[in-house]
Design a protein around this ligand. Structure first.
Ligand SMILES: [Zn+2]
Length: 258
């Protein structure tokens, strides 16, 4: 039996009876740190998918161990049996104990949208079972801060940066990534998410996908410091980069945050 502690990103009906109905749910997502004992923290942390299967014969265990239910965007400790066949992707959930409900996220829509977006891009950008303890701490800190914050865009930009850095996909903003020509300070530039950074004017026509970044936005990205004017554009550009990596638009496009 495997004991892990994680942030639950997916959806599951509340309560044991409801959880048993989750047999038909196609996928549940968790971002977990691997913890052998409930009180000892292992430095590894990994994204774990597919804990939808809940066996009827474990109901006595569930009755004793599971809290009132599993809700979106909360932290807790989970015990599960890994899937016997890896390709099935479903293990058997035997215990869930909520440790942090992040109730403040539910107080305003911007907080909720921001938290869901962070969960979405984290799950999409990480591989199952691949440890990212720094990212685990970052998203936990983000959710904690969001609970009491009225301003969410700046927090999201900081998290987008950590996510891209942890994935090794932070764009090169110092030179043309095609020909190595240094990019001057204080100037607008062409940017290619596909190429992973700036593209000079000579290389731009040969590059399949580019968009122009203003000088102020580029400076904000380089210096990791946004003001009220550059913040929306930086949020948009980093989301564009993440969307390119995961191969689809994110929910940020449909939310009122952008
Ligand atoms: Zn070039």
């Amino acid at each position: 039996m495997t004991l892990r502690r994680g942030l639950f990103f997916g959806s599951a009906p509340a309560g044991v009876a409801g959880a048993l109905e989750a047999l038909d749910q196609p996928r549940q997502d968790m971002f977990c740190d691997r913890t052998r004992r409930k009180r000892s923290v292992d430095p590894s942390a990994a994204h774990v998918d597919g804990l939808a299967h809940l066996a009827q014969d474990l109901e006595p265990v569930l009755g004793a161990e599971v809290a009132v239910g599993i809700d979106l965007l909360e932290r807790g400790e989970v015990v599960f049996l890994p899937a016997i066949r890896a390709e099935a992707g479903l293990g058997t959930l035997t215990e869930w104990r909520q440790t942090q409900p992040f109730l403040g996220l539910r107080a305003t829509l911007p907080r909720w949208y921001a938290a869901q977006y962070a969960a979405e891009i984290t799950a999409a950008m990480t591989e199952q079972g691949d440890p990212h303890p720094g990212l685990f701490e970052a998203i936990e800190q983000l959710l904690t801060t969001l609970c009491t914050s009225e301003e969410v865009a700046g927090l999201l930009v900081a998290f987008q940066r950590i996510l891209l850095e942890q994935a090794g996909l932070w764009p090169d903003l110092t030179r043309c990534v095609t020909c190595d020509l240094p990019a001057p300070e204080g100037r607008a530039a062409f940017y290619s998410a596909q190429q992973g950074g700036l593209v000079c004017r000579i290389c731009q026509p040969k590059t399949q996908e580019t968009r122009k970044i203003g000088a102020a936005v580029l400076a904000a990205l380089r210096e990791d410091h946004c003001d009220a004017e550059t913040l929306p554009a930086v949020l948009d550009l980093l989301d564009y980069t993440i969307a390119h990596v995961i191969g689809r638009p994110t929910s940020l496009r449909k939310s009122p945050l952008i």
